[in-house]
Structures are given as C-alpha cells and as structure tokens.
Design a protein around this ligand. Structure first.
Ligand SMILES: [Zn+2]
Length: 453
C-alpha cells in the first residue's frame, strides 16, 4: 500500500508520490504477468493526519490480508530499509525477506534502532503498516533511508520534497524487491528471529549473554578482607554529581534560547562535555583526597561492572538480547580486568561501548529526527549517565597506580585542569546550525531552510 496524501506546503515527491507511482507500475506488470497468489494494491488516504486510510483498510478487510507492506518515503537515496519488523515478523518471515532481497539483488538493511522501536515500542510506528501490526496482522514498512548522507531526509515534509530528488536506482530496487516477494508467498510464522545480517535463531545469542552476565556477576561477589573505613565510594559519587552538574551548567549557558544546539553537530559538544566531566572529577578527587580518600578500590570496579550488568541484565530480562550485549560484553571484560595484570586497561576500554554506540552523532540526530530523543533532555544527562562505567573503571585503575610517582600525579592533575577549560571553550565557540527561532519553527530541517533560494 502507498498513501497518496501529503502535508500542506509540500509537493510530497518522496513522501509519497514515488511509492504511488511504484504501485501503479506494479499494477501494470501484474496485469501482464498474473501472480500465483492474490495481491491487493491499496492507495490509502490521510496517512499524514493519523493513518486514517490504512486504519479503515485494516478494519474492513484485514481478515483477507496475510501480509501487509507499506511503501512510504520511497525513491530517496540511501539503502532500501526494512522498518516495522514487530514480534509478528519471526525467523521464517526474515528468511523470506532476506531471500527475496538476494534474488532481487537488493542490499536490504534493517538497522538495529529500527528493530528496537518496532519490536518493543510498536505503538510509536507512524506509517501505514501500524494499524495492521496492532491488529496482529503481519506487516512491514519499506523506505529509503537518508537523502543527506546522515540517515535523515531534511527535505521531509518541506517545500523541497520535489520530483527532482527521486532517484531512479532506488525506484528500480523497490520494484525488483516487490516482484521477488510476490513470486514467493509469505511463509507461515515459525518462531522468533533476530536480524543481524544473517537470519539466525535468538537462543544462541541469549545463551552467550547469560554466560557474560554470570562472569560479571561472579566478579561482584565480595572477597574477604579488612573492611574499608571512611567516605570511600560516597565521596566518589558526590564528585561525579558535581562534575556532571558543571557540564550541564556550561551546556545551558552556551545554548541561550536554543533548546538543543548540540543536535546540529553532536560530536564536538559530546567530547567537550566528557572532557569537562572527567577533568572536574579528577580535580575534585584530588582536592578531597586528604579529607575523604577514595578508599576501597575494588568498589569502583564493582560500580562499573554493576551498572553495566544492571542495564544489560534488564534488557535481557525484557527480551532484548539484540541490545543487551552492548552492556554485557563490557561488563564481563571489566570483571576480568584485575586478572589481566599489566593488560588490565584492555578489559576496561570496552566500558566506553554503550556511550560510543548510543551517542554516535548520526544515531543521535536520527533519533531526534524521528522524535525519539526530545531536545528538552540535556546532552549532559546522556553523557554523564553513559559515562558512569568508564569513569568508575578509570577510578579503579588510577587508584591502583599509586606508584605513578610525583611526576605522574602532576601530569594527571595538570591534564584534568586543562580538560575543564578546554571543554568550556569548545562548547562556547561551537556555533549551532540554526537560531533558536529557526529551530522552533522547522526543527532539524532549519539546517536546510537556511540555504533555500
Ligand atoms: Zn509518508
């Protein structure tokens, strides 16, 4: 199915005239070569104001439909992308889609963030496949991801969504894909599956992750020894909160009226805030060192492992092994770090993995573009939250290096003292792509509004 409406002010070429054209051409081809299985081609109305046509179609004729495919945002550049793979789309259906893509010579992508939303938050789906999925009818959504090389299409819903943007090769791809799918009817549902390039059952992934969680958990079992007295970990946590507050304050002061200038180019502000956080943490720790030494070194590693394990374990518990590994792999490696001797940093570096993957600039912009990352949430909250494990791991490592000598301690203090002003300067001089007013009016599309003729 393809919706034939657009939003006021937009010609709606990629969204969604191209998809309508694809279905019209498919109707001609199917008339010449009748398919073995019945195929219904539907043109839906009022998708943009709440999936009205698709709701009506699913309500009236859903019982006749075995598998629904929505084409929405077709014909842009970027890979043909599968979206909307809910829990109704299992191993057999993924295999069917992968086989069809292979026969059609199409590199079909199924990005992890899309799998996450479609699987655990299907009510957030905003295209014509949604009403079918919600009724328990298997349905997916195909689109071309990204006109601007950043996985997002800044011309979306704007006067710039014109015919000239439609890419012939993309239209050919979706045409071949649809013909390959029609040639082989959808298989019966057969168990859950996970899309990781290859179509695989999920249980081996779950088994490996349970082993990783067990390794991490064993490391948390307390060892015997004299109990540590003093502020210890409490002082460390207090320092971390103050350092995160400083990063937040700098972010707000530099932002002015703009709710989230960092969304225009996330990498530099992310690195700058991490520098402020780690620098301030190091300085505060040194200041406090005499009055409230960070005793109980193993507790810091335990904090790193426990936070990673808590996140990963929770994701595994809610049935999200596709995501749990991002936290469980570093949890197990950090737990093993004390056994690695001089190579222990190799076990600690992976604690950065959640921050690197979640805060990847393209990923942050795409999440904001799709409405999953509200600009009202400060960047400092993401940075501070995701950097707890590496900060705790670093504290464990530094505490074990009392033999750094005066020169080592001086360099560490000097590094921290330089990191804070450097981070503040970078945030202050990084100019955002749009003014606050432009952002309020156009959201991220303001970046393109500037260059309009
Ligand atoms: Zn659309």
């Amino acid at each position: 199915m393809a919706h034939y409406d657009t939003v006021p002010g937009s010609p709606g070429a990629v969204d969604n005239a191209a998809a309508v054209g694809v279905l019209l051409e498919l109707a001609r081809v199917l008339h010449e070569h009748p398919p073995a299985q019945p195929v219904m081609l539907a043109f839906t109305a009022n998708e943009e104001i709440g999936l009205v046509g698709a709701e009506a179609l699913a309500a009236k004729r859903g019982n006749e439909i075995e598998f629904a495919i929505a084409l929405d945002l077709i014909g842009g550049s970027g890979p043909l992308t599968l979206n909307g793979a809910s829990t109704l789309i299992g191993r057999a259906e993924l295999r069917w889609l992968a086989d069809a893509a292979e026969r059609a010579g199409v590199a079909l992508s199924a990005p992890l963030p899309h799998r996450v939303i479609s699987r655990w938050w299907p009510q957030a789906e905003r295209s014509d496949h949604g009403p079918f999925t919600r009724r328990g009818i298997r349905a997916i959504h195909f689109y071309d991801r990204g006109q601007d090389g950043e996985r997002i299409d800044l011309a979306y819903h704007s006067p710039r969504d014109v015919l000239a943007r439609i890419d012939r090769a993309s239209i050919d791809e979706i045409g071949r894909m649809l013909r390959a799918l029609i040639a082989a009817p959808p298989p019966p549902h057969d168990g859950d599956g996970v899309w990781l390039g290859i179509v695989a059952p999920r249980w081996p992934l779950i088994a490996i992750e349970l082993v990783l969680a067990a390794v991490a958990l064993l490391a948390l079992v307390p060892r015997r020894g004299p109990p540590a007295r003093g502020w210890g970990l409490g002082a460390g946590i207090a320092c971390y909160i103050v350092a995160a507050g400083l990063a937040f304050g700098v972010e707000r002061l530099a932002a002015g009226d703009h709710p989230a200038p960092w969304l225009h180019a996330p990498l530099r502000p992310e690195l700058a805030e991490a520098a402020i956080l780690f620098g301030a943490l190091g300085l505060l720790a040194r200041l406090l060192a005499r009055r409230a030494p960070w005793i109980g070194r193993r507790r810091y590693l335990a904090v790193a492992v426990a936070t990673l394990l808590a996140f990963g374990g929770a994701l595994l518990a809610v049935g999200a092994p596709e995501l749990a590994w991002i936290w469980l792999v570093p949890a197990a490696l950090a737990a093993l770090a004390p056994r690695l001797g001089p190579f222990s940093p190799l076990g600690l570096i992976p604690t950065l993995l959640p921050a690197v993957l979640v805060l990847a600039p393209d990923q942050v912009r795409e999440a904001a573009w799709n409405g999953f990352l509200p600009p009202s949430l400060p960047l400092a909250a993401w940075v501070a939250g995701l950097l707890v494990p590496p900060a705790a791991a670093a504290a464990w490592w530094v505490r074990g290096r009392m033999g750094l000598g005066p020169l080592g301690s001086l360099l560490l203090t000097l590094g921290c003292a330089l990191a804070v002003p450097a981070g503040i300067v970078v945030i202050s001089v990084t100019h955002s792509g749009c003014t606050a007013a432009e952002f309020h009016q156009f959201q991220l599309a303001c970046e393109q509004a500037r260059t309009w003729p």
